[in-house]
Design a binder for this molecule. Sequence first.
Ligand SMILES: [Zn+2]
Ligand SMILES: [Zn+2]
Length: 122
Amino acid sequence: MKPIINSLQLTPHFNLREFQCSCCQQVKLWPPLVECLEKLRSLWKEPIVLTSGYRCPNHNKRVGGVANSLHVEGRAADVVVMHRYQPLFCELAERAGFTSILPYGKRNFIHLAIKNSRRHNE
Ligand SMILES: [Zn+2]
Ligand SMILES: [Zn+2]
C-alpha cells in the first residue's frame, strides 16, 4: 500500500487526514479533541463527518474565522449535523467532554472545541 501523507488511524473512527488543513495538508491536533470525538461517536452511534479540523492561519483568515480561532490551535472541529438533530447532538457532545459547542442551525453543522483552560476563546 502506498503511504499517503497524514494517513494515520488515531482511534477506531478517526484518521489524522480528517483533521488536516484543506489548503495545505498541514495539521495540528490537540489529542483530547479526537478522544472526545471518539467518545461522542460511540454515544451518537452514527458516522461523524468533519468539514473543518485544523486551519493554518491563512486558511482561517480566508474562511472568515476569528483570529484566535481554536481551529488554528488544533482544538476545534466542525461536524455535519442536520438542523433537527442538533439539540440531541449538543447534549451528547457536552457529555463527551467538549467545552465549546456552537450549533449553526440551518447551516447544518456544529462547531466543537476544547478550550484552552488558560484562555477563553471560541
Ligand atoms: Zn492551510
Ligand atoms: Zn468551527
